[in-house]
Ligand binder design. Structure first.
Ligand code: NAD
Length: 279
């Protein structure tokens, strides 16, 4: 049996993941704003540092896996945008950087970051916001979405999920992660019925947009089923999964982007011996 940390453990997919892991006999350390083992506000740097430290103490320096599910949905306004950036991006990256030695200690640790299909289904997300987040500058990211007015939170939400997914893919293959035996991956759900989605549905403008979004299979995802995907990505079956963003979204990403992906790597990124072989 292993030791796992789950952020966003008090609600939605994080809560269901904790329930499922504990039912399987694992030790789970939850992190959230309330009703959990480690109470912390991940929207502040001090909160993240405190959470990282308390989890390491509770885990005795060894983690078999981490699930980063704490997150905020789209809202609007500058303060909300800043909090989305802090929780959805830095609340993943900062914690994982602190926990990497403990994950390395477990030899085949697995990390699942909750991304979103907003990464590919929201058009015109400003590249500057994504770049600012990856550069560690939340204020610059907030300025980059300002011109979207009432849609600023939607843009920041998508930018935060793009940034964190790119961070996952870039880090996953590096010696510090893959080379240390850590499998780092992301899960990208579509609309899943949780308190986060219920909040959106309570707002008539957002509700209209959510309900009109094409979902070929129909309806909303189920939080307990998504937790099963998380647990699968934490299991031995995922030993060969590295740097993937797994879409579980009722077909929305495929609906919009069937012709865009998969797409081959440009030849200039391949080692020269391979380019010669292929010609
Ligand atoms: P949820 O609102 O049910 O749970 C999110 C949890 O994060 C809550 O318990 C909340 O307290 C916690 N949290 C928020 N701000 C925090 C902070 N500052 N510090 C510590 N904890 C904080 O949401 P959910 O739908 O289960 O979402 C889980 C993850 O999945 C999120 O990252 C979300 O962006 C992502 N996601 C959700 C959906 C969806 O439709 N529900 C779709 C795609 C991706």
């Amino acid at each position: 049996m292993g030791t796992y940390v789950v952020t966003g453990s008090a609600s939605g997919m994080g809560f269901e993941t904790v329930h499922r892991l504990r039912a399987d006999g694992h030790t789970v350390i939850g992190v959230d704003l309330q009703q959990t083992d480690v109470v912390a506000d991940l929207s502040t740097r001090d909160g993240r540092i405190g959470a990282a430290r308390d989890v390491l103490a509770a885990a005795d320096g060894r983690l078999d896996g981490a699930v980063l599910a704490a997150g905020l949905g789209p809202g609007r306004g500058r303060d909300r945008c800043r909090t989305i950036a802090q929780v959805n991006h830095f609340g993943v990256v900062d914690l994982l950087e602190h926990w990497r030695p403990a994950l390395t200690a477990a030899t085949r640790a697995k990390v699942v970051v909750l991304s979103s299909n907003s990464t590919t289904t929201i058009p015109a997300v400003p590249r500057r916001a994504v770049q600012a987040l990856l550069a560690g500058d939340a204020d610059r990211a907030v300025r980059a979405v300002r011109r979207f007015g009432p849609a600023d939170g939607t843009m920041m939400y998508a930018a935060s999920k793009i940034a964190v997914s790119r961070w996952v893919r870039a880090q996953a293959v590096r010696p510090e992660w893959a080379g240390a035996g850590i499998r780092l991956n992301a899960l990208a759900p579509g609309a899943v019925m949780t308190p986060l989605l219920a909040d959106q549905l309570a707002n008539p403008t957002q509700a209209r947009a959510v309900r009109r979004f094409p979902v070929p299979i129909g309806g909303f995802g189920d939080a307990a089923q998504l937790a099963e995907w998380v647990c699968f990505m934490l299991s031995d079956a995922a030993d060969f999964l590295c740097g993937s963003v797994v879409f579980v979204d009722g077909g929305t990403d495929a609906h919009f982007r069937a012709r865009d992906w998969p797409r081959a790597v440009p030849a200039r990124r391949l080692p020269s011996y391979l380019v010669r072989f292929l010609r």
